[in-house]
Design a binder for this molecule. Structure first.
Ligand SMILES: CC(C)(COP(=O)(O)OP(=O)(O)OC[C@H]1O[C@@H](n2cnc3c(N)ncnc32)[C@H](O)[C@@H]1OP(=O)(O)O)[C@@H](O)C(=O)NCCC(=O)NCCS
Length: 245
């Protein structure tokens, strides 16, 4: 996958004219309403960044670096962006989170947005770890960077009811994992309600659905045995993105 393919879109296999591409500011309204079908509401900082087309900048830079054969594409993409912004403190954290957020939309033959997904760094897990370790300043920033270049939280996927069952949901998940693997992330995970009965959907896509209450160990990302813990009544699903050897 190249930056150009991600931005222009890739056809969904066997679906005719449906395609999946990176979301832009113009997709804001349908994107929000689709994500709300999955119970996900965008926060103001996410919306503001979407409106300026500044989401996923480290991801697209990472795809360029991957095409050029760089060994750590997302890290390079992120560092380039951080250096360009020449900021510090809260702006750096904000840039780190937004630049590694991957919003996708599915488009029909008329250009209408009929599906959406959202994958982002696990901000709460990162913040909890920083608080627990009592880390501040550049040490805290290092934990943010480790999180942003190491792991993504697949927060939501939703497809318009009129086009469900045509492989769009699966393509949104597959495209996300493909891009994140290509730029060198280690892990992707998400959370489902036990009542959603989505185990099969994610298992078919190569994820392991963990037992109710079972936490995920992200020590390979953070260097300490910490990670997300499912809320009551929820289960985590997880997939390692390490290159298949
Ligand atoms: C879940 C959702 C995104 C699936 O989208 P979709 O485009 O219909 O899914 P696909 O056509 O790609 O289905 C892929 C496979 O998963 C299966 N699948 C799809 N939805 C499923 C569900 N709710 N439960 C179990 N399996 C499901 C399909 O049967 C298909 O299997 P097959 O290949 O053996 O036929 C869609 O039903 C939706 O938008 N639901 C509402 C929002 C939601 O609950 N999102 C998930 C939580 S974030």
């Amino acid at each position: 996958m190249t930056r150009r393919t991600l931005q222009r879109g890739k056809n969904v296999p066997g679906s005719g004219d449906l395609r999946v591409r990176l979301a832009t500011a113009d997709d804001e309204i349908p994107l929000q309403s689709l994500l709300s079908l999955a119970g996900y509401k965008l926060e103001q900082a996410q919306l503001d960044t979407l409106r300026t087309n500044k989401l996923a900048t480290a991801i697209t830079a990472g795809l360029d670096a991957a095409s050029a054969g760089n060994a750590t594409p997302v890290a390079e993409g992120l560092m380039t962006g951080l250096a360009r912004e020449a900021s510090s403190g809260p702006e750096e954290v904000h840039h780190c989170l937004m630049a590694t957020t991957l919003p996708l939309v599915a488009i029909d033959r008329n250009g209408a947005v009929v599906g959406a997904s959202w994958s982002e760094p696990p901000e709460r897990v990162i913040q909890a770890l920083i608080t627990e370790l009592g880390t501040t300043g550049s040490d805290a920033m290092e934990i943010y960077l480790r999180g942003c270049i190491g792991v993504s939280r697949f927060s939501a996927v939703a497809v318009d009811p009129s086009v469900r069952g045509q492989g769009l949901g699966a393509t949104l998940v597959r495209t996300t994992t493909k891009v994140l693997r290509q730029i060198g992330l280690r892990d992707i995970y998400g959370q489902i309600r036990e009542s959603d009965q989505l185990e099969r959907f994610y298992e078919q896509l190569g994820f392991a659905v963990l037992a109710p209450g079972q936490p995920l160990d992200l020590s390979a990302v953070f260097g300490v045995a910490r990670g997300p813990v499912p809320a009551p009544g929820e289960r985590l699903f997880h997939r390692s993105l390490s290159p298949i050897t």
